[in-house]
Design a protein around this ligand. Structure first.
Ligand SMILES: *Cc1c(COP(=O)(O)O)cnc(C)c1O
Length: 375
């Protein structure tokens, strides 16, 4: 069994994808071919934003967004203690100070209370200038923007939405990647909408920001002349091949994959909700299920369940085994363990089960039984 069955997906889409790839080879427009612009327009419309700027991967998308926001040395950037490294790493790479906040106990997403405490602490310390909040739409569930946006406004901070795992999710009718001043996503193969290599995208409604991002992804070149550089940028574009693949995958994503992955999550929840802590989706929220993450009683139980699954040939993952403040590169900065009780509980007890749109009900059934038999 596969953790995320990309082979089953390719099998279902093979004729379309093969011909999309062939048409790029025939055109020989490998860099910023017309498929890239078509995809950008399609994705911007889908999430409900004015601009989409595709780039090489989700980490670059975060970095480019922070560059466009003018983040650098002396600035404080706030993010969740429980996320993939890139959410924080992109800010550190630009020499900003990353300040971690704890998560909400049930959603795994940034806790508004902990965030506000962290902001007030930085303000009263006076060492760094609070600048940006990076909420993460972890495991496919949008963060609590109804509370995070007012905090950003109160302290005059910008929001950079890390929607790398969140594409396709929504709160009421408002889609993930539409909540930040700038929002990003990733097309890494295992993400909700993945390509066949690396890829990413940035979203914004602001014309000047969009123009700046377009320049930054092509070495800071000016709009009028490709060999004139008005700022220092990076080289981070989405390959035409990946854009062509994504155009085909996007159809499947919107036509049935998003629906089917939610169906798979429901199968698990129905079978597991009385036995373990299943993922919590607040009222009005819709997840794109980048992960289906349960919580076990303690670390021993978690490890026992994972071993039992492995013995039956079923892969499972611990996302994430370390809080970011425990990572070596962040140790000693804000590493007060008492400030992150929910993150510390999560790293010991979480387990992500196989989930993807091509999961079968019998498979969910079998996996749920093994979990229940081993708690
Ligand atoms: C995957 C991921 C990224 C980085 O995306 P890449 O395309 O792998 O660079 C950033 N943030 C989160 C939360 C992610 O899961």
């Amino acid at each position: 069994m596969q953790f995320r069955d990309l082979k089953a997906q390719y099998k279902a889409l093979k004729p379309q994808i093969d011909s999309a790839i062939q048409s790029v080879l025939d055109s020989s427009e490998y860099i910023l071919g017309n498929q890239v612009a078509t995809l950008e327009e399609l994705l911007a419309n889908y999430v409900g934003r004015k601009h989409c700027i595709a780039c090489a991967n989700g980490t670059d998308a975060l970095q480019l967004a922070l560059m466009a926001m003018g983040v650098g040395r002396g600035d404080a950037v706030f993010t969740s203690d429980f996320t993939y490294f890139a959410s924080a790493g992109a800010a550190s790479f630009l020499q900003a100070e990353v300040i971690f906040a704890d998560i909400h106990e049930r959603t795994f997403n940034l806790s508004p209370e902990s965030l506000e405490n962290a902001i007030q602490r930085v303000i009263s310390d006076g060492k760094y200038l609070p600048k940006v909040i990076i909420p993460v739409d972890l495991f496919g569930l949008p963060a609590d923007y109804s509370q995070i946006i007012p905090i950003a406004e109160k302290y005059n901070l910008k929001i950079l939405e890390d929607g790398a795992q969140g594409f396709g999710g929504k709160i009421a009718d408002k889609k993930a990647c539409s909540f930040g001043d700038i929002s990003i996503t990733s097309f890494f193969p295992a993400k909700p909408l993945g390509c066949y290599g690396d890829g990413g995208a940035i979203f914004t409604d602001d014309d000047a920001t969009a123009e700046c991002l377009q320049s930054l992804r092509t070495q800071g070149r000016s709009k009028r002349n490709r060999y004139e550089h008005c700022q220092v940028g990076i080289n981070s574009r989405l390959d035409t091949l990946q854009a062509a693949i994504l155009l085909e995958k996007f159809k499947a994503f919107t036509e049935y994959e998003l629906r089917d992955v939610n169906r798979a999550a429901d199968w698990y929840t129905k079978r597991l909700e009385h036995a373990v802590k299943t993922p919590y989706v607040p009222n009005g929220y819709y997840s794109s299920w980048a992960q289906y993450t349960i919580r076990l009683q303690d670390m021993e139980t978690r490890d026992r369940v994972q071993c039992a699954l492995k013995e039956q040939g079923i892969p499972s993952m611990v996302y994430y085994p370390l809080a970011l403040h425990q990572q070596k590169v962040y140790a000693g900065t804000e590493a007060e363990d008492t400030a992150y009780p929910h993150t510390l509980q999560a790293v010991k007890t979480v387990l992500s089960l196989p989930i993807h749109p091509y999961l079968k009900e019998e498979e969910a059934d079998r996996i749920a039984k093994i979990v229940i038999d081993n708690i």
